[in-house]
Write a protein that binds this ligand. Structure first.
Ligand code: AMP
Ligand code: ZN
Length: 311
């Protein structure tokens, strides 16, 4: 382990301990899964409201909401299972006999392995807030001219990446705004939201900057996919220092070209495949960035940041 890694891990462990001691986070016993105290939620709820207000005042947005689980078929079709097998969470359930239920219960009570009684269900954990939007919109038939903007609010998402870093959760809140429409409009929208993101973070007193990025695709083929995504500038991230020497991605602005349009048969008014983009705000990370930058007590934050949040 390098000195830098050790310093980062110490920093993360100390920050996590402070957050738990202050009651901002509540321990669950599993790395990357926390409850939120009142102050954490007080900040997070305002962030949701502000991002929704921005969406409303920039072209308006239809509000849709989806559960934190997603049909397995959707993640099979959109390639998530193949591209991110290390992050995906599948839901299993029991369909056995009474005798098997007894055995499962006994083993569970003793914290022994009871996985042999479980079989895969039709559901998986939702890994990104925007995934249910594309098939849902496609079901409505061709888009109206000009396309659509959707505000999905703050969704609970799951990624199997246990860590002691309080900013790397397994279960976290992602607020996404999605744009679907003609190519030029969608590309311009992504650029506009990347600027709106920088503006918002700056108003909140965060030291934020945009960078070209890529998703953590799995394996050797994944490295090629990531290189391609990066070369085409399809993912921009808004980075803010939280712990350690490297800043952390607190939001991303993603352009999918006609990938989802083709995949889901999501059509423009003229019958061509729709282009899509999304702006994804990692709410827990933004709250942590604020707490780290301004301190654990929002009453003592700089006036400008307080005004932007609470008016
Ligand atoms: P992504 O779809 O990976 O671009 O994620 C959107 C946003 O969600 C990121 O910019 C982060 O702010 C946040 N995020 C991603 N992964 C995690 C995680 N494991 N824990 C907390 N927040 C995350
Ligand atoms: Zn998205």
């Amino acid at each position: 382990m390098s000195d830098e890694t050790r310093t980062t891990e110490t920093d993360q462990a100390e920050f996590l301990a402070e957050l738990l001691a202050a009651g901002l986070l509540i321990e669950s016993g599993v790395d990357g899964v926390y409850g939120h105290g009142e102050v954490f939620e007080f900040i997070r709820e305002r962030l949701t409201a502000i991002v929704s207000e921005i969406a409303k005042s920039h072209g308006g947005a239809a509000k849709l909401s989806f559960p934190p689980v997603i049909p397995r078929r959707t993640l099979e079709t959109n390639g998530y299972v193949g591209n991110f097998p290390h992050l995906a969470g599948s839901i299993f359930g029991f369909e056995g006999s009474e005798a098997q239920a007894m055995e499962q219960g006994a083993r569970a009570a003793a914290h022994e392995d009871w996985s042999e009684f479980q079989s895969q269900t039709d559901l998986m954990m939702l890994p990104a807030a925007c995934y249910p939007v594309y098939p849902a919109l496609a079901d409505r038939g061709p888009l109206d001219p000009g396309g659509v903007i959707v505000d999905i609010g703050a969704s609970w998402v799951f990624r199997h990446e246990p860590s002691i870093d309080p900013a790397r959760r397994q279960s976290f809140r992602m607020h996404e705004i999605v744009r679907v429409g003609e190519p030029e409009a969608v590309e311009a929208w992504r650029l506009e939201w990347s600027k709106l993101g920088v503006e918002l973070f700056t108003e909140l007193g965060l030291d934020a900057h945009l960078e070209n990025a890529n998703d953590p695709f799995f394996g050797r083929i994944g490295r090629l996919l990531a290189a391609n995504q990066s070369a085409e500038e399809l993912k921009w991230e808004l980075l803010v220092p939280i712990t350690g020497s490297e800043p952390t991605a607190c939001a991303s602005f993603n352009y999918h070209l006609d990938h989802f349009g083709e995949m889901w048969d999501l059509k423009l008014s003229d019958g061509g495949p729709a282009h899509t983009a999304c702006a994804a705000f990692g709410q827990d990370r933004i709250v942590l960035a604020l707490l780290r930058t301004h301190g654990l007590d929002p009453d003592k934050w700089p006036t400008t940041a307080r005004l932007r949040l609470w008016g």
